[in-house]
Structures are given as structure tokens and as C-alpha cells.
Design a protein around this ligand. Structure first.
Ligand code: PMP
Length: 280
């Protein structure tokens, strides 16, 4: 795995209990998908990492290009074909005190790979979800290590035998516990606008490109829980889930429990981008 700028064996890693990531969740992270040994939308993920870092006033001590190369080498070193890279940067190691440590404290970067098959059955058949009140903080645009709200939401979904929790603030649907949410009604795609209430998903950006390519109009406007239940099609997106149809929300079956035609077209357009990457 990668620790700062060194590739080392997992067994040789030691991390401090005084790491601010461990003590406060004081750090940021990214997950980058790897198809056939190639990282998908790595530049966009790295850009978002630096944006998250800026927002929490953390300075990553490498250029974006150097970090990109380090991640490339990690994937090569681990001979990863299908899976993802996880990376996080914390504000470093210092005696526990809420305020930032001195400027001499170096951030701690770790990254490792995880092999995983693509969730093809979910893509094919769709998944069930539940509504969960969004109790997270007001900077959900930062990909922070503080994931307690997301963890509690996902656990609720898990206990309800569902794949994902669709979070809502009051009546307004925001996003999943680890995904973005979309609804399609009368040939128009709706999704929450990018502001402080949601993470601007990298897959979301790809989805919007796919919509443009297939000629599906997009309205970046929030919808309500009630509207979600009346959509013709609903789906979610994330780096690891890609484009996953939603066929049930609470007790309401969407589109007779079958992934819809537009969702299928978006999946196909997405697939073409994956194929292009692996042909390079
Ligand atoms: N929202 C949240 C809360 C997430 O955790 C994720 C997954 N990282 C997403 C949206 C989707 O983002 P991406 O497409 O970049 O994986």
C-alpha cells in the first residue's frame, strides 16, 4: 500500500493512534474505480480530493500529477485488474486537541487497492431502498472522513434488507448514503443540484454526460419524497455501484419492479465509456 510517498507492504504499516483521522475524522478521501487495470476518471477524483482538502484547509504536499503517478504505480504494483483504489489524507499526527496542530505537522496519506467484481446483478435487476431522514452536517459537498450520518443511514437500509438509504431533508430528497439519486418523469431526468447538501459525484458528472449523448433532458432540481414515489424510473450512481436501477422505495414498487428504458440507455452509454477506457 501507499503511505505518504512510499509503497510498502501492508504488514509493515503502522499508524499512530494520535492520527487526527482516527481521533476526529479530520481528513478527506476518494474511491477510484479500476477497470481492466485502468483507473476510471482518476483526474476528476484527484481534482475533487484537492477541492475537499482546500475546503477543510488541509494542504496536500504533492502536486496532482505526482499523486496521480503514485496511484498509477500502486495499481501496477498490486496487479489490480477489477476493483478500486481507496485513498485518504488526514491532517496528521499530533496530541489530541480540536484546533489545528502546528504547521510542522505533516498530513498523512494512505492508499490501497481492493479487488472487486462489478455488481452486475444489481445492474440487471435493480435494488430496493428506503427513505431515511438526512441528519448529516451542512457541508456534504466535502468528501470528509466523518461518515457517521451516512453509516447510520446505510445500517438502517441494511436492517431493512435494502441496498441503499435515500436520504431526505424534510420532504426534499438529497442523495443516497453513498450515492447520488435520480428520477425520470415524462422523459426528463431530475436530480438534486450540486450545492452543500450533496456530494458532487464523479459518476453523477458522467451520468449527466450520458444523458446529453442519448438526448435525455436534465433538470438539476430537487424533488420531494412524494415525487420520487411517482417517478417513471429511479436509479442511483456511485463509483462502485455505477448505474444501479432502483425498483422499490419503502413499500412502493417503481416501474412495476423493472429497470426502465432510459436507465438502460444511460447504463449502455456508461458502458461505452468503460470500454473506451479499457481499449486505450
Ligand atoms: N454521495 C455520497 C454521500 C457518496 O458517499 C458517494 C460515493 N462516494 C456519492 C454521492 C457518489 O460519488 P461518486 O460518484 O464520486 O462515487
Amino acid at each position: 500500500m501507499l503511505i505518504n510517498n512510499r509503497l510498502i507492504d501492508k504488514d509493515e504499516v503502522s499508524l499512530s493512534i494520535n492520527d487526527r483521522g482516527y481521533q476526529f475524522g479530520d481528513g478527506i478521501y476518494e474511491v477510484i474505480k479500476v477497470y481492466e487495470g485502468s483507473m476510471f476518471t482518476a483526474t476528476e477524483h484527484i481534482d475533487r480530493l484537492y477541492r475537499s482538502a482546500d475546503e477543510i484547509r488541509l494542504v496536500i504536499p504533492y502536486t496532482k500529477d505526482v499523486l496521480h503517478k503514485m496511484l498509477y504505480d500502486l495499481v501496477e504494483d498490486n496487479k489490480l485488474t477489477s476493483g478500486h483504489v481507496y485513498l485518504q489524507v488526514t491532517r496528521g499526527v499530533a496530541p489530541r486537541n480540536h484546533a489545528f496542530p502546528t504547521e510542522l505537522t505533516e498530513p498523512v496519506l494512505i492508499a490501497y487497492t481492493q479487488s472487486a467484481d462489478r455488481p452486475v446483478n444489481n445492474h440487471r435487476f435493480g435494488v430496493s431502498t428506503i427513505f431515511v431522514e438526512d441528519i448529516r452536517w451542512l457541508r456534504c459537498d466535502i468528501k470528509s472522513l466523518n461518515l457517521l450520518g451516512n453509516v447510520l443511514a446505510k445500517q438502517q437500509a441494511h436492517e431493512a434488507h435494502c441496498y441503499e438509504a435515500i436520504q431526505h431533508r424534510g420532504e426534499i430528497v438529497t442523495e443516497g448514503s453513498s450515492s447520488n439519486i435520480y428520477g425520470i418523469k415524462d422523459g426528463v431526468l431530475y436530480t438534486h443540484p450540486t450545492n452543500n447538501y450533496i456530494l458532487n459525484g464523479i459518476t453523477r458528472q458522467v451520468v449527466l454526460k450520458c444523458c446529453q449523448e442519448i438526448g435525455l433532458p436534465v433538470v438539476e432540481e430537487a424533488f420531494t419524497k412524494e415525487q420520487a414515489l411517482q417517478m417513471d424510473e429511479v436509479f442511483l450512481s456511485s463509483t462502485t455501484s455505477e448505474i444501479t436501477p432502483i425498483i422499490k422505495i419503502n413499500d412502493t414498487v417503481i416501474h412495476s419492479g423493472e429497470p426502465g428504458i432510459y436507465t438502460r440507455k444511460i447504463q449502455q452509454a456508461f458502458e461505452e465509456k468503460v470500454q473506451q477506457l479499457t481499449m486505450l
